[in-house]
Design a binder for this molecule. Sequence first.
Ligand code: SF4
Ligand code: SF4
Length: 530
Amino acid sequence: MKLLKNIGLAIFLLGLVIFTALPFLGSFKMSEQIMLEQLSEQELGNLQSDFEEKIIDVEFGTSSAFGNAVIDIYNTKNEELKANEEWDKVMYTQEKEFAFKLAKASTTGFVADNKLLLFFLSFGLGILGALIYVYQDLKLLGPAGIKNDGVYHSAAQNRGWIGIVTFLWLVSFYVLLYFNPHIIVNLTNVVDPVKHLFNPEAGASQWFLYGFLYTVTMIVMGIRMLIKYRHNKYQVVRTITVVLFQLIFAFLMVEILPLFDLPAKDLKNAWPLDHYFLFDWNVQQLLSSGHFGKFLFFWGIILSIIVVPVMVYFFGKRWYCSWVCGCGGLAETLGDPYRQLSNKKLWTWKLERWLINGVLVFAVIMTIYTGYHTYNVYNNPDMDGKDILFGLSAYDVRSWYGFLIGSIFAGVIGTGFYPILGNRSWCRFGCPLAAYMGIVQRFKSRFRITTNGGQCISCGNCSTYCEQGIDVRAYAQKGQNIVRSSCVGCGVCAAVCPRGVLKLENGPEEGRFGNEGPIVLGNDGFKIDV
Ligand code: SF4
Ligand code: SF4
């Protein structure tokens, strides 16, 4: 069994090495025809002569080299146009997106001819190896029940060298994905065969690559969760649910809707997590896409204003964070091996409250700006400075929010730092939707974790594996209900408790905060006042 597990690991690593090597392979050569097809009239007017001199029919060894040459020409031309104040000719496409598009169309040679083979050698081997690896736990770990032995001696799970390498790999991937897509063109090339299952005409973008990788990772690591927590019905149902929400709503529907000329929206993505909601292009796209588009627009409003708080009232924020959300889903599956790394110190609790509520305030301000701009686009089309409010441009506010919160916090830190900060650093410190739901959960909800203090043996398993850094044991020892705003209701504290002390419950609000004074001694014995 151990041998099979090691074979699985070797196959997975081989797939990972091939995946990582892909950006360094292949060749990129742009023909005159590709240029004419890919560039707009304005871009041709600006760039054709430079392209013909420096890019056309020149072979580049990597997409990075090709992309950098394109970016160089693009930026030089744009600066020249700005210096000459030829504003009608200035190009506003993001230069790296522009380079990505051209590199993708100019892929030639081995990678272009062997996409399916390379897909199997990277994704195929990675998935196969990971499945063999996790499946062996079914036999190797013996009877059902959580086995967390040795996590603090593991180089992967306790910030050892494997954890550091994983962290560097994840952060690099996110930096390339968000800020340098032209470097990972080949990674998108090898998922073209999957993209063609949805649309034979279209090539995979970096967002298709991300969505596919995200979903596949959640499925494989979800299987690991099902094996690890198979004795616990709550964990089994929760894991299946969150993976299905990702697969159906965040991946399949986003790919299928555009085939019917409908907007590619993830229906479960609620504002303010969906920070694009009031952007002019989003509102325009939804309202011009017939009845379904209009339904999506009103659904977005109803979801955030009514469905989210009402559901949190009845079930706590767990209904979203642990059962529906893609970020939470990845944290609960890929991030599960790292949940013990969340910091439990008091200062992190204080930092958490400042940060997450600060992001919520930032999200509200950004939404006011974008809402004001969108309103003017519709109602005051001739107005000058439609985007300016209190001297600041809505474009600037939203691009700062997108950069700092949408990309750096949610992506690079939120997932890249799993092996260092634990699996829920985005949900705990950054997610504005979690902050919004946390306020409702703290003050107006039926959800609480009840604790049977008399049974607690103070082993500390619950606190150790609480991904939100809550010192669950401190509450359990006092027999106190846990009504913390940050609790995402993952239920792992209850699952790892050897004494059945903790119970996730939805009950009447009366008495929810009620047992803060007396300490319960024994199962149903007596109480003493302190
Ligand atoms: S207190 Fe328990 S249910 Fe809440 S986040 Fe922590 S481990 Fe999950
Ligand atoms: S895991 Fe259970 S027994 Fe151990 S400290 Fe927590 S509540 Fe007490």
